[in-house]
Design a binder for this molecule. Structure first.
Ligand code: EPU
Length: 427
């Protein structure tokens, strides 16, 4: 496995271009399983491990995939399957997105249950509730979800999909895909409002499905008999954009984050401004100036349009620089705090009380060996490394490569000193 070696203390200057959205691409790649013809996607972050794993999974269940630059074409192959094995699914939780489309297309599906991961238990009960509302009989047996449409075709239904931690992005996505080939109308209430859900709705509409209400808690979908294919431009990655905004804020200097959609980053912009970070928001870009006198704040992650949980760890690194006590309450994944111990190895003073992190900012950070535990935790360690005195080695950056395209190159182009090397110890 590779590691990143960061020599901290350099300010960042210049422009960084945002890649296509990982979490926006994934549902659309899986939705191609619904189609009888080719699907062409532009702006896909093809150099991410999660995207490559998804393309491999699609191939193994009978699709043909072609990649050229950031364009991906997916076509149905000759023998399409309705099963995804543990070996395919265990590498990536989002593989459970194949459940809805496989069931809708074949009338039955057998998909391995995904496991938990470093950010928590991550149940899929709401995904199952969604397809059950469309008339599927569902059983979980021997680690597999076995789903079968009564009468061999799903039929529209009415379902409420929020759970104890709010709406579910993945459950909404799975249900929308299943409903697209069901007979009649499906209404999802308590739906996730995240831009990735709205993106999927636009794509399904492009493929001929009639959908209304995306971006609101009530989505209605009128299923069709056949989906022939379509084209789609994947929107920019709002979490990657947010991560580079925080990088600019933490490291000093002046950074332009280009090719983003500022409207999707409102909560982060508000938080950064409250922390005394200077920002200039353009139409498709945001400029950030590093600020040495940061103000501590009290905030919480929330469903969209609130602060994304996927920016919590990175924001925590920034809070370490604000003199005084900051609080982050994690409302989506109460256990998503693996980065605390590693940030503390760099000299941060953070403690956790239940789902709340209390950050005593102002301590100077000093370089150390740290271990990446999940994707966003890895990004927060890299950001902290940018300002830690001396050398920080972030091990197990496999996680980072799942969700950030060429992060070290992008940071180096801004003037950071970050080197990727093979980790001899293999940790
Ligand atoms: N939940 C349930 N039951 C379910 C599904 C979810 O109780 O059936 C709970 C979860 O445990 C969590 C909350 O509901 O407490 C929200 O989970 P959600 O289903 O919205 O998350 P997800 O679809 O599994 C996606 C992203 C995550 C991101 C979350 C929240 C993808 C591939 N994953 O996960 O992204 O954190 O939404 O916005 O889009 C990441 O990119 O690093 C990442 C983890």
């Amino acid at each position: 496995m590779d590691k990143l070696i960061i020599r901290g203390g350099r300010s960042l200057h210049g422009t960084v271009n945002v890649s296509g959205s990982k979490n926006g691409s994934l549902p659309i790649l899986y939705a191609s399983l619904l189609a009888d013809g080719p699907v062409r996607l532009r702006g896909v972050p093809v150099d991410l491990i999660d995207i490559r794993s998804t393309l491999r999974l699609l191939e193994e269940i009978g699709m043909r995939t072609f990649v050229e630059g950031s364009e991906v074409v997916i076509e149905p192959g000759d023998s399409r399957q309705s099963m995804a094995t543990y070996d395919l699914v265990r590498k990536m939780r989002a593989s459970v997105y194949c459940l809805g489309p496989l069931l809708a297309r074949h009338g039955h599906a057998r998909v391995s249950m995904p496991g938990g991961c470093a950010i928590g238990i991550r149940p899929i009960d709401l995904h199952l509730k969604g397809i059950q509302a469309l008339g599927a009989d569902v059983e979980v047996r021997n680690g597999y979800i076995e789903a079968r449409a009564q009468g061999d075709r799903l039929c529209g239904g009415h379902v409420y999909l929020s759970g104890p931690f709010g709406p579910t992005v993945g459950g909404t996505i799975n249900t929308m895909m299943a409903a697209s080939l069901a007979t009649g109308e499906t209404i999802i209430e308590g739906a996730a409002c995240e831009p990735e859900v709205a993106g999927l709705a636009r794509f399904l509409r492009e493929m001929g499905v009639s959908i209304e209400g995306e971006g609101t808690p009530t989505i209605s979908i009128m299923g069709v008999d056949r989906i022939s294919g379509g084209e789609f431009d994947v929107p920019p990655d709002r979490i990657e954009a947010g991560t580079y905004l925080i990088a600019g804020a933490i490291a000093g200097g002046e950074v332009e984050v280009k090719g983003c959609l500022p409207a999707e980053l409102r909560a982060l912009i508000d938080i950064l401004e409250r922390m005394n970070v200077r920002l200039e928001v353009g139409e498709n870009s945001i400029r950030v100036w590093g600020q040495s006198r940061l103000v501590p704040i009290d905030t919480a992650t929330l469903p969209y349009p609130g602060l994304p949980t996927d920016l919590q760890a990175q924001l925590m690194a920034l809070m370490c620089r604000a003199e005084g006590l900051s609080l982050i309450s994690e409302k989506i994944y109460p256990d998503r705090f693996m980065h605390i111990a590693e940030l503390n190895r760099l000299g941060a003073r953070i403690r956790k009380e239940g789902p709340i992190a209390i950050i005593e900012g102002g301590a100077s950070l000093s370089g150390a060996d740290v271990m990446a535990s999940d994707l966003r935790a890895s990004a927060s360690l890299v950001l902290a490394g940018l300002v830690a005195e001396g050398q920080t080695e972030v091990h197990r950056i496999y996680h980072l490569d799942r969700g950030y395209e060429h992060m070290e190159k992008k940071l180096c182009s801004l003037g950071a000193d970050v080197v990727r090397t093979h980790d001899e110890d293999g940790v």
